[in-house]
Design a protein around this ligand. Structure first.
Ligand code: TPP
Ligand code: SF4
Length: 247
């Protein structure tokens, strides 16, 4: 009988990653999906990852790729330089919402506005995970954070920032999608969009962006399963999923 390969670990994920995310954190699922996509597209050896600072940066020890650990918020600027000088490489950023949507929002918007031929993966977990759960640009109204112990109050803190829609106001970006890691079905859809984003870059179409709705059991103060329910009941009502632009 013909042997069929059903499942194996992606080639860029080591057997014993030297860094671990908290149990139930969907950063790890997102990295797993990215690693699978790079294998399927056959581009592992020419891909360069520009990591943001934060738990997103922990990916350095979780997926073994050529990479640069960028100063907080500056990954899109670093990726711009790398891609322009190495156009044959595939360059992507992996950033948190604090990194790419707050301190680095200028770098994000202007890389997108220039239509740089890079891929940006932004993890929207509604919090500054690594530094202890401060309010992020994406924290929901009423959602608690260490810097908003009574919950986000629009009068004081403004409203959640929809980064994908902000980028959709620009002319240049080629691909913009928002996906989620809260169910098997959504993880499959997320993988398809992440693959498409890399394909856009391979075809030279310009800036591709995937916002990944994720969780943070540690700072949300919930079990991993409770975070997935919270996402379904609250987060995904504010941040709508789907392909927003596919030129
Ligand atoms: C210029 C600068 N400011 C602040 C920090 C501190 N800092 C490190 S990680 C982090 C939060 C990261 O949050 P986010 O980007 O949402 O990623 P997550 O940890 O949730 O994945 C901050 C503020 C820093 N390293 N550099
Ligand atoms: S602190 Fe939050 S975002 Fe960071 S690894 Fe733990 S669960 Fe994930």
């Amino acid at each position: 009988m013909e042997e069929v390969k059903v499942y194996s670990r992606a080639s860029s994920i080591p057997k014993n990653p030297y860094i671990g995310f908290c149990p139930g954190c969907m950063h790890s699922t997102t990295f797993k999906v990215i690693a699978e996509v790079l294998d399927e597209l056959g581009i592992v050896d020419k891909t360069i990852e520009c990591n943001g600072v934060g738990c997103s940066g922990l990916g350095l020890g979780y997926v073994y790729l050529d990479n640069v650990f960028c100063a907080h918020g500056r990954a899109c600027a670093v990726a711009t330089g790398i891609k322009r000088t190495n156009p044959d490489n595939i360059v992507f950023t992996y950033q948190g919402d604090g990194d790419g949507g707050s301190i680095g929002i200028a770098e994000t918007i202007y890389a997108a506005n220039r239509g740089e031929n890079i891929t940006m993966i932004l993890i929207n977990n509604g919090t500054y995970g690594m530094t202890g759960g401060q309010m992020a640009p994406t924290t929901l109204v009423g959602q608690k954070a260490t810097t908003a112990p009574w919950g986000r109050n629009p009068e004081e803190h403004g409203y959640p920032v929809h980064i994908a829609e902000l980028l959709d106001s620009l002319t240049a970006p080629a691909y913009i999608a928002r996906v989620a890691m809260n169910s098997v079905q959504n993880v499959r859809k997320a993988k398809a969009c992440i693959k498409k984003a890399f394909q856009y870059q391979m075809e030279g179409k310009g800036f591709s962006y995937v916002e990944v709705m994720s969780n943070c059991p540690t700072n949300w103060g919930m079990s991993p399963l409770e975070t997935l329910e919270y996402m379904e009941e609250h987060t995904l009502k504010e941040f709508k999923l789907g392909e927003i632009r596919a030129k």
